[in-house]
Design a protein around this ligand. Sequence first.
Ligand SMILES: [Zn+2]
Length: 74
Amino acid sequence: MSTPKLSSKIWNFFTINAEDESKANCDVCNKRLTRGGRNARSYGTSALINHLRSFHHSEYDEYTRSTEPQTKER
Ligand SMILES: [Zn+2]
């Protein structure tokens, strides 16, 4: 039960930097983003979500659709 779980769908679009876990790379434009403060507890996905929303509209749209409760299939 010690495996870290990346449950957020945001990780479909970003990869955590292997050398520095406070950073994440955007899979779309390869830009390196910071995930928050220095403390692992402050790592969040909001900066990543903001990046998608600002730069990658179609990916952001895909992300928001994947996180919405599936009330309607189509
Ligand atoms: Zn990007």
